[in-house]
Design a protein around this ligand. Structure first.
Ligand SMILES: [Fe+2]
Length: 410
């Protein structure tokens, strides 16, 4: 993206907003700002959680998690690590997948009455988004949907430590949180630097207790993050390197984690893919796949990564029609031999490779199998236009374009 008025530093949220303005053909950013938390990565990294919380001044950590993580023993292990650092954590787990506005309200109430001072998220994207949302409301008051949009969080929020247990979220490093608005039945996106966690702890061991369907769905989400970040209007050299590497890691390792669940190298590669995809998309933002997927997920409470897997090949084809060049390195990163191929053919190869991977992982062939009906498309297309992720899609898309994409993916 070219800087029109470099009088003050550009922020990623600004970049996303400015990307929505009329502009020449998409280009790589001339400059960019790169937001990241402190990152602790590697096998066994969860043991650092107590000291991480201590570095943030914790006396009483409030741990947002879910029943699956508790059952798998991770909360118990984390409580032990907190104790090693002299801390006693309080766990809260009243959450469902795709966290709801009223669950955030309940969690905030519990946090405020607990007297805790640091929020730790232990779980997948839903848990981490909910943990962020609780921090936002605890520090700013009101309801979580008051903060929908870009940079609406203005007051300080409690420090946060995030420990992801799936491979798709990226929320542990991102400036995003997605919360289901149960009244409007859509997913509301919050964006801003206040939502970047203070410390991210990625321990690939946590991935070993994921059910296969979750590993497949969240792996496809990581792939989508990498591809959408790479072609985003707000992409830049620092995001490109992570985006492409994430795509390469997912395509080389995701099938392996399902065939060989105990394969430590494959799990570590997927954990790194998720982390790198997160570093890319939090700074480059995303695109039409996510803008559309958020609406489907809000309407039908479906696994986010599965919806992405169905939509992504269609969005690649749509975007490639106006600019196929950026899909050539993507196809290469996916392991496709594109030597000598014109860019539009390479882009089609990339779309087909995504479709094959999604099919191999058990994704349905279309949205209809997930419960989306022709009658839903007009509403879904309308709400997609209001999603912040659409602003960085490399090709402009109006209501008719988005409706056509939904129809093609049905
Ligand atoms: Fe995603």
């Amino acid at each position: 993206m070219t800087a029109a008025a470099p009088a003050r530093p550009a922020r990623p949220a600004d970049l996303a907003v400015r990307a929505a303005e009329p502009r020449p053909a998409p280009t790589v950013a001339a400059f960019s700002k790169y937001l990241v938390p402190e990152v602790v990565f590697g096998w066994g990294a969860l043991s650092e959680a107590g000291w991480a919380a201590r570095r943030l001044g914790a006396q009483r950590p409030f741990v947002v998690t879910d029943a699956g993580l508790v059952q798998a023993g991770w909360w118990s292990e984390l409580a032990g690590h907190l104790a090693e650092a002299g801390l006693r954590g309080t766990a809260w787990q009243e959450l469902t997948p795709n966290p709801k506005d009223h669950e955030v309200a309940a969690g905030t109430e519990r946090y405020l009455e607990s007297g805790c001072d640091v929020i730790v998220g232990l779980g997948g994207g839903s848990v981490i988004d909910a943990a962020k949302a609780i921090a936002v409301v605890a520090g700013n008051g009101g309801q979580i949907l008051d903060y929908e949009g870009v940079d609406k969080v203005t007051a300080a929020i409690p420090p946060t430590v995030m420990c992801p247990s799936t491979t798709g979220t990226g929320a542990d490093v991102s400036q995003f949180a997605v919360i289901t608005d149960t009244t409007r039945r859509l997913k509301a996106t919050l964006i801003g630097r206040a939502l970047v966690p203070d410390i991210s702890i990625t321990d690939p061991r946590l991935l070993t207790t994921m059910p296969d369907d979750l590993a497949a769905a969240t792996g496809l989400d990581a792939l989508t993050h990498g591809i959408e970040a790479f072609v985003s209007r707000a992409s830049g050299p620092l995001t490109d390197v992570h985006a492409l590497h994430a795509v390469e890691l997912v395509c080389a390792s995701l099938r392996g984690t399902l065939d060989r669940p105990e394969d430590r190298a494959a799990r570590t590669a997927m954990a790194q893919a998720s982390l790198e995809a997160g570093l890319a998309f939090t700074n480059a933002i995303l695109g039409a796949t996510h803008a559309m997927s958020h609406q489907v997920g809000g309407l039908l409470d479906l696994p986010h990564g599965v919806v992405n897997g169905v939509l992504l090949p269609h969005v690649i084809r749509f975007n490639a029609r106006s600019g196929p060049d950026r899909f050539v390195p993507i196809a290469r990163a996916m392991g496709v031999d594109v030597t000598g191929l014109p860019a539009d053919v390479a882009a089609e190869e990339a779309a087909e490779a995504v479709g094959r991977l999604a099919a191999d992982l058990g994704c349905p062939r279309g949205l209809a199998e997930l419960g989306v009906r022709e009658a839903d498309i007009d509403t879904l297309a309308g709400t997609t236009l209001g999603d912040a992720c659409l602003s960085t899609n490399p090709r402009d898309a109006d209501h008719a374009d988005v409706a056509a994409l939904f129809r093609a993916a049905l």
